[in-house]
Design a protein around this ligand. Structure first.
Ligand SMILES: Nc1nc2c(ncn2[C@@H]2O[C@H](COP(=O)(O)OP(=O)(O)OP(=O)(O)O)[C@@H](O)[C@H]2O)c(=O)[nH]1
Ligand SMILES: [Mg+2]
Length: 257
């Protein structure tokens, strides 16, 4: 046996970082994942082919992990991230953003409520903005859901002065410098609010674009579950002081690179 310090075998060469990452947090989405991954790859190809798809399995209890792994084996452009236990929408999104290697990082939901082809409309604004955020127009949700969203939006505008049409719209595109600059702490649905407040305070330029929205066809609606709402309020409470001071600071304009 040779002595001396252990030298690990060389790791296989990594594919060069793509221009675009498409990130999808997924919790119990077994009936949506195949169509999602096929659709994401088709859109990536139509946009020029230099992309990766990152699907985050947030401790799903259904067949989601197996479906993701099968697609990862089949297609090197798809990467799977598996969280050992269900950690929440924000935690899953953060895990996906941390793994994303693209210069531009797009995220959406895994539940097929958006038209991924509309990513093209967002990309059209990348020369002038750091963040291009979709707003659902019209938003296909039951009225109690719309009411909750409008109260939440009003509250966030009042407290933090954030004027965004659809804070929680899961159809957003960022330059990677946004993700690298901004520290995120939320593990629940509050993450969209936190991200936008911090990004705006850091001087990143935000543009908003209308996107189509559809009703969920498969899987359970959980976005307005009392547990999700309570968690968002608790996160608002715990980050309130910090985000208030961040939002009040004079904005430094972050130059486009
Ligand atoms: N609700 C929820 N979603 C999660 C979680 N982790 C990841 N996700 C994913 O996050 C996305 C958003 O969740 P949804 O339940 O569709 O929330 P929503 O779109 O706001 O609302 P509905 O579809 O109307 O319920 C989906 O892709 C989920 O699979 C989690 O712990 N809870
Ligand atoms: Mg949804």
């Amino acid at each position: 046996m040779p002595s001396g310090p252990y030298t690990p075998p060389p790791s296989p060469p990594r594919a060069p970082a793509p221009s675009l990452s498409l990130v999808f947090p997924a919790f119990d989405e077994e009936d949506n994942l195949a169509e999602l991954m096929a659709g994401a790859c088709k859109v990536g190809e139509e946009l020029g082919g230099d992309f990766e798809v990152v699907v985050v399995n947030d401790g799903s209890r259904d067949e989601s992990p197996t479906i993701i792994d099968t697609w990862v084996q089949r297609d090197p452009r798809i990467r799977g991230v598996h969280l050992a236990k269900n950690s929440g929408y924000g935690a899953a999104l953060r895990a996906g953003l941390a793994q994303a290697r693209g210069t531009w990082i797009f995220f959406s939901d895994a539940d097929l409520q958006f038209e991924l082809a509309q990513l093209r409309d967002l990309l059209a604004h990348t020369p002038d903005y750091d963040i291009v955020a979709g707003f659902r127009s019209p938003r296909r949700d039951p009225w109690p859901r719309l009411l909750i969203a409008s109260v939440w939006g009003g509250l966030i505008r009042l407290i933090f002065g954030l004027r965004v049409r659809d804070i929680d719209c899961a159809f957003k595109l960022f330059h990677r410098r946004v993700v690298e600059t901004i520290p995120l702490a939320s593990v629940g649905a509050f993450i969209n609010t936190e991200l936008l407040i911090r990004a705006r305070a850091s001087g990143f330029r935000i543009h908003q674009v209308p996107v189509n929205h559809h009703r969920r066809r498969h899987g359970r609606q959980t976005g307005a579950h009392p547990r999700v709402l309570i968690k968002a309020c608790v996160e608002l409470g715990s980050l309130y002081r910090e985000l208030r001071s961040v939002a009040r600071r004079p904005r430094t304009r972050t130059p486009l690179g």
